[in-house]
Design a protein around this ligand. Structure first.
Ligand SMILES: N=CN[C@@H](CCC(=O)O)C(=O)O
Ligand SMILES: [Zn+2]
Length: 412
């Protein structure tokens, strides 16, 4: 890792997502990296000298995407299931078993290769901080293997042994296994635990047991909730102080109010390291909603109620086989009623908040991501466009330009 300084200058529009800054969007701006950190941000004409100068050519700049919800450890193909869905069949959690079978059959070498290829695709799309989950192993040894492989590639890993009750297993006995031996086996490799609290997956009581055990093991919590229908996911997530509840397609007024309450007293602009009061982020997954023909998550309603929202790709073979955050941002703007800045914010700072890496030192001692401020990790993407509005104004176009991760150029 180089410790040399790098000046990225002539940035036409810099969307910092730093709400503590006087001017979160700067014109004719520059950013200086010292090694893997940002050391200066301001008007280009005032920029200090640096060892290396990069001319952004008037392009727009913004934080790298923080993709806070993916399932990238898998093998096999489910395009036939997708085809059937587009012909009218409903999505069911049982499809997970198809991927579990294929993934169990894949060697470490093949799984790692597949995961690396998917992480590279995400990076090429501007993602600079990547979460991924287990959940296609569903046995102690397989979940451990998937967690270990995931930990060699992703920035942070979530244990999702409670994704589906494997064929032939008793649901309560399997839940006990998740809470004991499986949790212990994955513990060295993961920072988070998750549960699919949904009809056809895990009941409220089973979900509660998983969250309780994971909390006792010192893991951060998140929940797959309210995806296929109304349910207890949101309420459980807030009750357990989960960092996020993901999907959130079917929300009652009470669910929205509970999420909003979890953020009361939160000061966006003053949310430094360890700032108290962070609530449960509602993570919306637009690509998944489209790919399952589900009602779009009510991102506008959530923001209006005062809930912090993240946008993530949910890249997985069943419900959302894309890691394109550009696509998610465009969909959130064009179909979910968000402004461009709200959508960009949800895909950067919102994701960081959902992973609790939005400020200061994170759980593993790394620096903040998801917004551009002095001291934060130097994760900057440039668009082949003069403003971030082009992400929705020119949907589907190849707008991702040079991408820096921890100060290093990872895409030209
Ligand atoms: N909802 C649960 N899990 C995944 C889908 C898993 C699959 O169908 O393979 C999701 O987030 O959409
Ligand atoms: Zn998911």
């Amino acid at each position: 890792m180089s410790s040399a300084s790098k000046l990225v200058t002539n940035i036409g529009e810099l969307s910092t997502q730093d709400l503590a800054a006087d001017t979160p969007v700067l014109r004719d701006a520059a950013v200086v990296f010292e090694g893997e950190r940002i050391s200066w941000i301001g008007p280009a004409r005032q920029a200090p000298a640096a060892d290396e100068v990069v001319d952004a050519g008037g392009r727009a700049g913004l934080p790298g995407w923080v993709d806070s919800h993916t399932h990238l450890v898998f093998a096999g193909d489910r395009s036939a299931e997708f085809d059937a869905r587009m012909a009218g069949q409903a999505y069911e959690a049982g499809g997970i078993a198809v991927t579990t079978e294929a993934t169990r059959a894949a060697s470490d070498y093949d799984l790692t290769r597949l995961l690396l290829a998917r992480a590279a695709e995400a990076a090429a799309g501007g993602t600079t901080y990547l979460e991924t989950k287990t959940g296609y192993g569903l046995s102690v040894e397989e979940e451990r293997r998937h967690a270990r492989i995931a930990s060699t590639v992703a920035d942070t890993v979530t244990f999702l042994g409670a994704h589906l009750v494997p064929d032939g297993a008793d649901a309560d006995e399997y839940t006990d296994l998740v809470c004991t031996d499986m949790l212990a086996a994955v513990r060295p490799y993961v920072q988070w635990a998750d549960v699919f609290c949904e009809q056809g997956a895990f009941t409220t009581d089973q979900s509660r047991r998983v969250l309780q055990a994971a909390r006792e093991a010192g893991l951060g919590l998140r929940v797959h909730g309210n995806q296929l229908g109304p349910g207890a996911g949101v309420q459980l997530a807030v009750e357990f102080g989960a960092a996020s509840v993901d999907h959130v397609n079917h929300l009652s007024d009470d669910d929205v109010a509970t999420l909003a309450d979890s953020w009361s007293g939160w000061d966006d602009a003053g949310a430094g390291a360890g700032a108290p009061g962070a609530g449960t982020v509602a993570t919306c997954l637009p690509a998944c909603d489209l790919s399952t023909r589900a009602p779009l998550a009510p991102a506008r309603r959530l923001l209006d109620a005062g809930v912090q929202v993240a946008l993530a790709s949910n890249c997985n073979p069943g419900t959302s086989y894309t890691s394109s955050m550009n696509f998610c941002v465009a969909t959130a703007v064009l179909q979910m009623g968000l402004t461009v800045q709200e959508a960009v914010r949800a895909a950067t700072y919102g994701g960081a908040l959902a992973l609790r890496v939005h400020a200061g030192e994170d759980r593993d001692g790394a620096r903040a991501v998801g917004s551009l401020a002095v001291g934060h990790r130097a994760d900057l993407q440039l668009l082949n466009a003069p403003s971030v509005a082009h992400l929705a104004y020119r949907p589907g176009m190849p707008l991702t330009g040079p991408v820096f991760r921890a100060g290093e150029l990872v895409r030209r």
